[in-house]
Design a protein around this ligand. Structure first.
Ligand code: PBG
Length: 329
């Protein structure tokens, strides 16, 4: 008879023993900060993401300084493109003087030790808001898109990006980008692959933030992003990306997909990241602003749960706040 010799509550009685048996610890090292950048000066709020702002390159540098002070290892850039810079062929994506490329150079010059991750996908640059090039019927074509993504990734690497992060879900793009980087001598540019990226409705606020929602309209991304009902398929996607040369893989979104994170980590043991996406942030923020949830407690709980599921790190809009809260604890 286990009880009363085994009392699970015994170890929970005091703070010291709770701390001793704590299995996972969230720290600043686990956090990656996504930043929206724009061509305007100053900052502009994102309505559906309270506390998140689009930032000029000057403001980005201020944000980066805070990230460095808080020991956040890296940030990831999401440019907001003006409607007139969008086109069917997305050429602005690999403009060496584009917003992303200028932001990378500014960051690496000022904060060489801060990891700079870039988003490789065409949706900020296409007039239709899809992540790739489309044929006459509106279908996102794979191989042409991969060629464009290779140019975009190379332009980021040339500007000094430490990590390129394809979020487009085209087949074969990791291998093509890896090969091009090797040939160009960028042998140490890492690839963080959005491997298991689901066709999720939780990306809504992000599409407002980068202004791709209007362009996308009633369109959807079902022909390339994964069906939320699938799990085995995620393992196949991750396996392919690792075979093609990904250094890190990602599961996205976070909280509703922690079963996928666990399977991926157990199966491959590779560096695995989770994107706590805009909709997850918006839900927590909205409830907190209504006084319905304790923001700090819930955000830290969600981030810790993501680690517990097997993530090595989390892309989160809470990164700066979370790092501050963790410092206070
Ligand atoms: C687009 C991209 C998206 C996100 C990151 N990169 C949106 C999409 O696929 O439509 C979503 C991030 C978030 O919701 O926070 N390549």
């Amino acid at each position: 008879m286990a009880f009363p010799y085994t009392r699970m509550r015994r170890m929970r009685r005091d703070d010291f023993s709770r701390r001793l048996m704590r299995e996972h610890r969230l720290g600043a090292d686990d956090l990656i900060l996504p930043v929206f950048i724009h061509e305007h000066s100053g900052r502009a709020p994102v309505a559906s993401m309270p506390g998140v702002e689009r930032q000029s390159i000057d403001e980005l540098l201020r944000t980066a300084e805070q990230a460095v002070e808080l020991k956040i290892p890296a940030l990831v850039l999401f440019p907001v493109t003006a409607p007139e810079a969008k086109s069917l062929d997305a050429v602005a994506a690999w403009d060496e003087n584009g917003l992303a490329q200028r932001a990378i150079r500014a960051l690496k010059q000022r904060f060489p030790q801060l990891g700079v991750i870039t988003d490789v996908a065409l949706d900020p640059y296409t007039s239709h808001g899809q992540d790739g090039l489309v044929d006459a019927g509106g279908y996102v074509t794979n191989d042409d898109t991969v060629e464009a993504l290779v140019k975009q990734a190379l332009s980021h690497a040339e500007a000094g990006a430490d990590v390129v992060s394809p979020s487009d879900m085209m087949d074969g793009r990791i291998g093509a980008i890896r090969e091009a980087l090797e040939e160009a001598g960028h042998v140490n540019t890492r690839i963080l692959a959005y491997s298991a990226k689901y066709a999720s409705a939780f990306y809504g606020p992000f599409r407002d933030a980068v202004g791709s929602a209007g362009a996308l309209g009633k369109g959807n991304k079902y022909t390339y992003q994964m069906d939320p009902a699938n799990s085995d398929e995620a393992l196949r996607e991750v396996g392919l990306d690792l075979d093609e040369g990904a250094d890190m893989v990602m599961v996205k979104p976070g909280l509703p997909y922690l079963d996928i994170v666990r399977r991926v980590k157990d199966h491959f043991g590779a560096p695995t990241f989770v994107y706590q996406v805009s909709g997850e942030y918006a839900m927590l923020k909205a409830a907190a602003l209504n006084g319905w949830l304790d923001e700090r407690a819930c955000a830290l709980e969600a981030l810790t749960a993501i680690k517990r599921a097997g993530a090595d790190g989390v892309l989160t809009y809470f990164a700066l706040d979370a790092a501050r809260w963790l410092k206070e604890e």
